[in-house]
Structures are given as C-alpha cells and as structure tokens.
Design a protein around this ligand. Structure first.
Ligand code: HEM
Length: 421
C-alpha cells in the first residue's frame, strides 16, 4: 500500500472505502483493533456515515441526537420485531430461538410487568441504605492492598464490590462466586450471537446452561424458606401465578446477577485506569473529593463498559437523510454518542469536573439501566476509597489485558503504590 493511501492516516483496520465504513465487526483483525481502542473507529463512522447500513442489513447510529431519538421512543422502536420475534431469531442457535425472556429482550406489556417486579430493590432510596455495606467492602479490599503495597484493581476492588453486593441483594451465596464468575463473563457473548464466532457463542450457551442449573438448584433450596432478598421476591411472584413463569424466574435470577456485576467491574476498572493515565485528574479528585460523583459520570462517558444497545425499528424511520426500514435491527452506538463533539466540549479529554455531562452510557427510554443507581454508588465509593489510599504509584503492566466478557472490562490491572493515611 502506498504512503499516500488514506489508510496511512487511519488506525489499523480502517478503510474509508470499505462498505463497512472501516468497522467490519465480522473481521477478526478489526475486532482485535477495536477491542484495544474503539474510539477512532467510532469517530470515523460518526463522521463518514452517521446513520450507517451494514452489508448484513443491520444499521448503526452514532450521533448523540440520533441515538437519543431512537432510545427515547420519539420514534417507534422496540427490542423485538413487529411480529414479536427477536431480530435474526431464525439464524440463531436452536437454544436461543425460544429464549430471551430477560426483560431487556421484551417489549411492553411483558417488559412493563417484568421490570416492575424487581424495580423496588434498585430505587435511589433502596440503594442509599446499602452505602455503608458498599464502603465496608471497598475499605476492606483497600486495607489489604495497603498492607501489601500492591493491588490488582480488578481482583481486589472492582470485582469484589459489585459481586458481593449483587450476591447479597439477590440472596446468592457469595462463597459460590468462584463458580459462577467465569459463567457470567462467558454468557454475555450470547447477546451478540449473530455477530460472534460460533465457538464463542457455544461457550456462552454452555455458560447459560450452567447458570440456569445453578439457579434451579438455588431456587429449589430457597423455596423452603423465603426471606427478604430479590430471589425470594421473584419466587413469591412466580408462586402468585401469572406474574412470573418458572422460566422467567430462572432467567431473571441469572440475568440480574450477571447484569449486576459484569458491567460495574468495567466501570470501576476502566475508571481507575483512566485516572492513573491522567495523574492531573487524579490529583484534582484527591484534593477535592466533592468531585467523586462527577468523576463517575465522566468515567461512564469516557470509557463506559457497554458500547452499544439494540433497538428494532417498528416503522420506517427517516434519520440522517436515510430511511431505516421497519423491522431493521439498529445498533445504538452509545460510546460514539458519548464522544460526539456536537454535544461534548473537547470530547476526547478526560475531565473529572465535566459539566454538563448528559452521557447515555446507561441507555435510555423504557430500558434505561435498572441498576444505574447501584452502579453509580458502587463506583463512587470504590473509586473514592482507591484515590484516598493510593499515593505514589506504578502500573506494573504496559499491556492492557481484557477479560472474558463481551463488555469492556479489564482482566487485571496490577499497581504498586505507597499507601496514604
Ligand atoms: C456501569 C455499570 C452498568 C452499565 C454501564 C449498564 C448499562 C446498561 C445498558 C446500556 C442497558 C441497556 C439500556 C437500553 O437498552 O436502553 C442496561 C440495561 C439493564 N441493566 Fe445495566 N448497566 C450497568 C450496571 C447494572 C447493574 C449494577 C444492574 C443491576 C442488576 C443492571 C441491570 C440492568 C437491567 C436489569 C437492564 C435491563 C433493563 C430493562 O430492560 O428494562 N445494570 N444496562
């Protein structure tokens, strides 16, 4: 390739003439480069073709206003096709064809019924009562790390805080964590069954089966003595008859457990990595702990763990000079919207005091993340404790290791530091 080729100015894998607009999600090389740094690809897609039809008929929307338009139901969208089937259901592995009973894969009225059953555990009031426990877990992790002068941010802080909290809220024995941590990470790939390699999807399906078996056994046990945890609430709803089917019960047990920590590990880990890479912002937060809440919002915007969510057009939708046809699947590219220069001043800058910060890392509309208050509280406390206790530091690995999850979650982040306090 000649030095004057447009490729020379673009990250590896970006070809502006390519019908995928450089982001061919089926190409393993592009996948690998995208994993390392998705933002140049997303910026290119947003400026070259903001409402983009891919060669496989799926659409990608990258501008903030367009994403909001689709999420907020300004225009008719759902998460299923207008015939009630999931997009691409016919091409999915048999095990997934009749599955998908988790609330994120349901349109109203089913979605409304399912979400109502669990939402009371996630209100701001319910979450504020959990804060002392969140702090205790974060302090405990940091205390042990301080004694060693070394921390793996993921294993010692970013994972234990959300994993312990969601286990305690759900009534899942936290000692079983070793068993299901791999399953929850692997199972996330089932969400991308249409575009992931078959072996990855098969591993995801096996993890889903293991999680289902695990929850069936746990539910059988819990039925003998119901308590005040979320699993008991779900069992009561199932026993009340038509409000939850046995299948929905298992799916929501496994789904809430997975949603409850697979993502928040990413928020805490990516957030701390961003702070370590921007020592001026770390110092700013250290001297002004009042910035903890806005730091979390900036971590969500700048390096959130979930890059996209899915909607299906329920009518022909005119957008960006094109028509997205009824029943087309649309990737709403949250991470691209969150760095849209039309909305965010200097979007590539990590600024812990950024205001306003109307990011959409939690999606929007009726499916707006149910766990947003919990994730925010966990991240604010965990990141706050980290910054309070860590003085001089050295990141021990140059290369980033990503975890097994579909989401943007680090595998490990070892840091040597001199403790403060
Ligand atoms: C940083 C952490 C988190 C991020 C970035 C995140 C992000 C998201 C996103 C993007 C969606 C889809 C929204 C849409 O399509 O409009 C979602 C849905 C959901 N999230 Fe989270 N999430 C996080 C943490 C959590 C936690 C801690 C829980 C707790 C159980 C949770 C439970 C859920 C549930 C149940 C849904 C489906 C809601 C529905 O369909 O009504 N999430 N989340």
């Amino acid at each position: 390739m000649s030095a004057t080729s447009p490729r020379a100015n673009l990250p590896e894998g970006i070809d502006p003439d390519d019908e995928w607009r450089g982001l061919n999600i089926l190409d393993p090389d592009v996948q690998a480069a995208f994993r390392v740094d998705p933002y140049p690809f997303l910026a290119h897609l947003r400026s070259a073709d903001p409402v983009n039809e891919t060669p496989i008929g799926m659409w990608r929307v990258t501008r903030y206003e367009d994403c909001q338009h689709l999420l907020r139901h300004d225009t008719p969208t759902g998460v299923r096709r207008t015939d009630g089937k999931r997009f691409g259901e016919e091409q999915m592995p048999a095990a997934l064809q009749d599955g998908g009973t988790f609330m994120l894969q349901q349109d109203p009225p089913n979605h409304t019924r399912l979400r109502k059953l669990v939402s009371k555990a996630f209100t701001p009031r319910a979450i504020s009562r959990l804060e002392p426990r969140i702090r205790e877990i974060a302090r405990d992790g940091m205390q042990r790390a301080c004694e060693r002068g070394e921390i793996d941010v993921i294993a010692d802080l970013a994972l234990p805080v959300p994993a312990t909290m969601i286990c305690e809220m759900m009534g899942v024995p936290v000692e079983d964590r070793e068993q299901f941590t791999q399953w929850t990470a692997d199972s996330t790939h089932v969400l991308a069954a249409l575009t992931s390699p078959p072996d990855v999807v098969e591993r995801g399906l096996e993890a889903v089966r293991c999680l289902a078996d695990y929850f069936e056994a746990l539910i059988a046990e819990r039925r003998k003595s119901l308590t005040d945890d979320i699993l008991s609430d779900l069992i009561r709803a199932e026993e009340a008859g038509d409000r939850l089917s046995p299948d929905e019960l298992v799916v929501h047990g496994a789904g809430l457990l997975t949603a409850g920590f697979e993502t928040t590990i990413g928020l805490i880990g990516n957030g701390i990595l961003a702070l370590l890479r921007h020592p001026d912002q770390l110092e700013r937060l250290r001297t002004d702990p009042g910035l903890e809440a806005s730091t979390v919002e900036e971590c969500l915007r700048y390096e959130g763990p979930i890059l996209l969510t899915v909607r299906v057009a329920h009518e022909d939708i005119p957008l960006g000079g094109k028509i997205i046809p009824r029943d087309a699947m649309i990737f709403v590219m949250l991470a691209a919207a969150n760095r849209d220069p039309a909305v965010f001043d200097a979007p590539e800058r990590f600024d812990v005091g950024r205001k306003p910060n109307p990011h959409i890392a939690f999606g929007g509309g009726t499916h707006l993340c149910l766990g947003a208050h919990l994730a925010r509280a966990e991240a604010r406390i965990a990141i706050g404790e980290f910054v309070r206790r860590v003085g001089e530091f050295e990141v021990l690995e140059d290369q980033i290791t990503w975890g097994a999850s579909l989401f943007r979650v680090l595998g490990r982040l070892p840091v040597r530091f001199s403790p403060r306090d």
